[in-house]
Design a protein around this ligand. Structure first.
Ligand SMILES: Cc1cc2nc3c(=O)[nH]c(=O)nc-3n(C[C@H](O)[C@H](O)[C@H](O)COP(=O)(O)OP(=O)(O)OC[C@H]3O[C@@H](n4cnc5c(N)ncnc54)[C@H](O)[C@@H]3O)c2cc1C
Length: 452
């Protein structure tokens, strides 16, 4: 029985991503080899003829030299064909070393390392990364290659922590790019979509470890966002709003506040009219919060509060789709109202929408390039046909706001529109061509992005 049949038979398909994070939807034993040729969500089957798993940078060099078409593969958590290839997929999952440089304030990790492996190890030595995505199972390199983000008005996405990249380019040479030495080119290479080569090691800035407390409020009217959007999203280190788009409100506000010294978090009963939780909550009404990170103001380490779901829960696959669009924070309220007009088309196919903020940066292909942003995220039920028919409607509603799509999620825009949204896209194409002159790493996804 495959995963979908299992879900159907168990009547559990309704809960998708968020349930699969709770253990429903995990692959039955013995199906691993087959499932490994799909992405995590199971909505995309890789077409690559071969999967290679080199164990060192030298092996990557030999491999890249000997093959004509390849693409690096991370932890398979993207929802589209971004990591596919007509030839070989190259997984560095066996390369997992981590080195902390306390003096420089950096950590260097091999490309197989996930945030789930990095975070507790870093914390045990008194350090942290500045932010995390909603789940820890993505690889550091794969996340940074697609501008993966968390939330926080002062927090850049995860790619903004990158300080150096070591990679094997299309000619098989091992290259190093440093933020300090190669500024403009570096800004082009970080959110690289795997187009420049196979990254073998990446160096991130670290910060001293910190504590976070998390509280949840229920039912925040969208009216509050008209004049208070900045204040609401600025109320914590990281703030997320969840909505099903019905009743003109966010069903929940997840407020993650940093705790200094022995201070205890304030728990006011009202937050812009929303009411303080009485019990621990799951973002989806009626679902068990058992696998959600601790709430109710109990302080804990950054890596056990910034994701919404607990580190030690490791789903191998999930039945959901995701899309996400980034608009400027200044226009976010109007953009939210524009999407709200589609609520009765969206809600039947939606598990949940999450609204988050990302600070502006200088990375050419970052979704927050030169723009303080709000991300409008959709976790969809695994109904690809319905979702693909709604996405153009959402993209049309968001067009006046120049919404940029998340590179790793489902979207329908082609090169023409992307080049309007990313002013350095053609520079990026030229950069990729310089490091990959024979276009070894070009796949169908990149052809759409590059328009060639
Ligand atoms: C349940 C779930 C929750 C998510 N939550 C968030 C979230 O909170 N915020 C957010 O922004 N995104 C989120 N995502 C999206 C996710 O962060 C991205 O899809 C990310 O790219 C996944 O990383 P990965 O390691 O799985 O890489 P893959 O999906 O395997 O690959 C992604 C890209 O990275 C490239 N890549 C991977 N390894 C290398 C390498 N060694 N060298 C060069 N290129 C490489 C690939 O070629 C490809 O272009 C979520 C996804 C899922 C499934």
């Amino acid at each position: 029985m495959n995963k979908r049949e299992f879900l159907k038979a168990s009547g559990s398909v309704m809960a998708g991503a968020l349930l699969s994070r709770m253990g429903v939807g995990q692959a039955p034993k013995g199906a691993a080899a087959k499932l490994n040729r799909t992405n995590w969500a199971g909505n995309y089957t890789y077409k690559a003829a071969r999967l290679d798993e080199p164990g060192s940078a030298q092996e990557v060099q030999q491999l890249v030299t000997s093959i004509s078409n390849a693409k690096a593969l991370g932890a398979r958590h993207s929802f589209n064909d971004i990591a596919d290839s007509t030839g070989d997929q190259v997984s560095l999952k066996n390369m997992t070393e981590m080195t902390l440089d306390k003096v420089a304030g950096t950590v260097t990790v091999a490309a197989g390392v996930t945030y789930g492996k990095l975070a507790p190890w870093l914390d045990a030595q008194g350090f942290a990364v500045h932010n995390l995505a909603s789940l820890p199972h993505v690889s550091v390199v794969g996340a940074c290659a697609t501008a993966t983000h968390g939330s926080g008005v002062h927090n850049g996405n995860l790619s903004t922590a990158v300080r150096a990249i070591e990679f094997v380019d299309g000619t098989g040479q091992l290259k190093n790019l440093l933020r300090t030495a190669n500024a403009d080119e570096f800004n082009g290479a970080v959110v690289g979509l795997g187009a420049l080569g196979v990254i073998t090691r990446i160096t991130l800035a670290v910060v001293p470890t910190f504590q976070i407390s998390q509280i949840v409020y229920e039912n925040l009217s969208f009216d509050q966002l008209e004049h208070n959007l900045d204040a609401i999203f600025g109320s914590g280190y990281s703030v997320s709003l969840f909505t099903d788009w019905q009743h003109h409100r966010a069903t929940q506000v997840w407020l993650k506040q940093s705790i200094t010294g022995s201070s205890t978090p304030a728990l006011p009963p009202l937050f812009y009219g929303a009411t303080l939780q009485k019990t621990k909550l799951h973002p989806l009404a009626g679902h068990s919060p058992e696998n959600c990170t601790e709430q109710l103001g109990v302080p804990g380490p950054w890596y056990e509060r910034l994701p919404h779901f607990r580190m030690n829960f490791t789903p191998s696959s999930g039945a959901e789709l995701q899309s996400e669009y980034f608009v400027s924070r200044a226009q976010a309220y109007k953009a939210i109202l524009a999407v709200e007009q589609l609520r009765d088309k969206i809600t039947p196919h939606l598990f949940i929408t999450e609204l988050r903020t990302i600070a502006a940066d200088d990375l050419w292909l970052s979704t927050a390039y030169k723009r303080d942003s709000v991300a409008i995220h959709f976790t969809w039920k695994p109904e690809e046909k319905a979702v693909r028919s709604i996405l153009p409607l959402i993209e049309e509603k968001l067009a006046p706001f120049d919404a940029r799509p998340h590179w790793a999620k489902v979207f329908t825009m082609s090169h023409e529109r992307l080049s309007q949204l990313y002013p350095r896209l053609n520079d990026f194409r030229a950069l990729a061509a310089r490091y990959d002159p024979s276009r070894k790493f070009l796949n169908a996804y990149l052809q759409n992005v590059f328009g060639a």
